[in-house]
Design a binder for this molecule. Structure first.
Ligand SMILES: Cc1cc2nc3c(=O)[nH]c(=O)nc-3n(C[C@H](O)[C@H](O)[C@H](O)COP(=O)(O)OP(=O)(O)OC[C@H]3O[C@@H](n4cnc5c(N)ncnc54)[C@H](O)[C@@H]3O)c2cc1C
Length: 491
């Protein structure tokens, strides 16, 4: 098995590979893929100080893959996943904020169960109680874990009467209390479209662009890490106890050797598994979120989730607020976020699930404008079932989209991290950004067992928040997205 780039591979001229380094020298780790997973592994390994790291990313900058807008500190968006996954996501999210402190948009998430939905809001409570207790325990163990506010306030309920009383309340510029956060929703919600009570939970937003900027600026502080963007791995072969990696950069093919290989290729992880002859079962799902301008939007919004049965026309609707009337929308139906044949599985012949050509084309070459318009308008209509005035919103530009991998066969899996193949080979298999650090820690633990590193706890030199924001804005603009997606928003 080979990469899709087989023809280029055949015509490429190989330079002489050096033998894999020995432990008398410093071991070198090669990481393929500079998404949040690969970048986080690179940071954790760099911090150990005993390794050299090469991070290859085919795109022009780090973290340029599928979007991320929600931290998932408790997994409350997903009714269908286990409590165990939710607890894992809670802890992973808190740890992620220690690694990347400038990436979060501090605003709560409001969860509503629609009237048309078969669910019951009270059925959400046992899990919320478990999460609150687990959060309290984490904070009791280490006060630095209190990243989501006081544990006693992790969630709270609002009944219809409370929301009615907030309808005429003044709109605060910077909300200071749960009630103040509810005011914009109280003014816009169709009260009959949802069941009561509503839940407000301290699940915050995430800025993809500030994650990208944080990863880039943090890695720049470590001379032992070589970040190679616009660099595509073409082939990998065993060489001594390590690996020879053939890659293309600036139209030239070159080879380096590494002692340990990390496959962090995101939805293309299976392509490298195939090259190495490593069988693995996984799913890949293509999804998209849309931008909308709602100039009449008033006040500072929380994130709002309207639950719904996934894949049906009444699938979950997610409203993610940014500044200046810009919102990001998900609608878990086939006409909005999901796609016909958008979920594909690997088979006995290949570890790489194959997306339909039209979906792969969307990733590689972008979207026809008419499709952007139709799907953005469908997303706006989906949301206006609950917020009638949202029907006046207009499509807000290029969608956020991409494919993500899900290891195994369960499409609802949300908390996954890493798996190890043959000796000196690891693959990150995260479904949510907050799992990247768990994957990185597991790789550090394995290398520590082998005596390559000491396995030091996480501790990184601080990076400047203003620099992160400035770089994030540059990245957003270079990728043709509004700069609001990069700016800190919320209270
Ligand atoms: C619509 C949508 C919404 C989402 N929302 C959220 C959210 O709110 N919160 C959240 O936590 N997660 C969200 N996710 C999931 C999240 O985007 C992914 O889990 C995350 O991006 C995976 O990171 P990764 O580093 O594993 O993969 P990627 O980000 O895909 O990175 C893999 C990298 O490998 C590179 N690469 C691949 N092959 C090669 C090669 N041969 N040579 C060199 N480089 C290569 C690619 O260019 C890419 O940059 C969402 C996903 C989608 C699709």
């Amino acid at each position: 098995m080979t990469f899709d780039a087989q023809t280029e591979l055949q015509s490429a001229s190989l330079t002489q590979a050096q033998p894999a380094s020995t432990h008398a020298v410093r071991p070198r780790v090669g990481i393929i893929g500079g998404g949040v997973a690969g970048s986080t592994v690179a940071l954790r390994l760099a911090q150990q100080g005993q390794l050299d790291v090469v991070l290859m990313e085919q795109g022009p900058s780090l973290v340029n893959g599928p979007p991320m807008c929600h931290l998932h500190a408790g997994g409350n968006l997903y009714r269908e996943i286990s409590d165990e996954q939710c607890l894992k996501l809670l802890k992973q999210s808190i740890d992620t904020l220690k690694l990347y402190p400038h990436v979060v948009n501090v605003r709560p998430t409001v969860i509503a169960v629609p009237t048309r939905d078969a669910g019951d809001p009270m059925a959400l409570l046992p899990r919320l109680e478990k999460l609150k207790a687990a959060y309290a325990e984490l904070v009791a163990r280490d006060p630095d874990n209190a990243r989501l506010g006081p544990p006693a306030h992790y969630y709270r309920l609002f009944d219809r009467q409370q929301l009615e009383s907030l309808r005429d309340a003044p709109l605060p510029e910077v909300p200071q209390s749960p009630e103040q956060w509810m005011v914009p929703l109280a003014k816009s919600l169709d009260f009959d479209s949802v069941q009561w009570p509503l839940v407000m939970v301290q699940e915050y937003g995430l800025s993809l662009f500030r994650v990208a900027a944080s990863a880039e600026l943090s890695l720049a502080q470590f001379p032992q890490v070589e970040v190679m963007c616009r660099t595509r791995l073409l082939d990998a072969k065993p060489r001594g106890a390590g690996w020879a990696l053939q890659f293309e950069q600036d139209g030239q093919s070159r080879t380096i050797t590494v002692d340990y290989l990390v496959n962090a290729c995101g939805y293309r992880t299976g392509t490298l598994d195939d090259v190495l002859g490593e069988p693995r079962q996984r799913l890949v799902e293509f999804k998209a979120a849309y931008l909308a301008h709602w100039p009449e939007a008033q006040g500072t919004w929380p994130e709002v989730i309207f639950h719904g049965a996934r894949g049906t026309p009444e699938g979950m609707a997610q409203l993610t607020p940014y500044g200046n009337g810009l919102f990001q929308l998900h609608g878990m139906t086939e006409s909005i976020t999901l796609f016909k044949s958008g979920l594909v599985a690997s088979d006995g012949h290949s570890a790489q699930p194959r997306l339909a050509p039209e979906l792969e084309a969307k990733i590689q070459r972008g979207w026809p404008e008419a499709v952007v318009d139709t799907r953005s308008r469908a997303a706006i209509a989906h949301m206006s079932h609950f917020l009638p005035e949202f029907a006046n919103a207009q499509p807000g530009g290029k969608p956020l989209f991409g494919a993500q991998q899900i290891p195994g066969t369960d499409p609802s899996l949300r908390a996954a991290d890493v798996s190890f193949g043959r000796q000196r080979y690891a693959r990150t298999e995260i479904v949510k950004a907050s799992s990247a650090l768990t994957a990185a820690n597991a790789i550090v633990a394995q290398l520590s067992e082998q005596g390559w590193v000491d396995g030091q706890e996480l501790s990184l030199p601080a990076i400047n928040r203003d620099e992160v924001v400035a770089r994030a804005v540059e990245l957003a603009e270079s990728r043709h997205y509004p700069k609001q997606l990069a700016l800190p928003s919320g209270g």
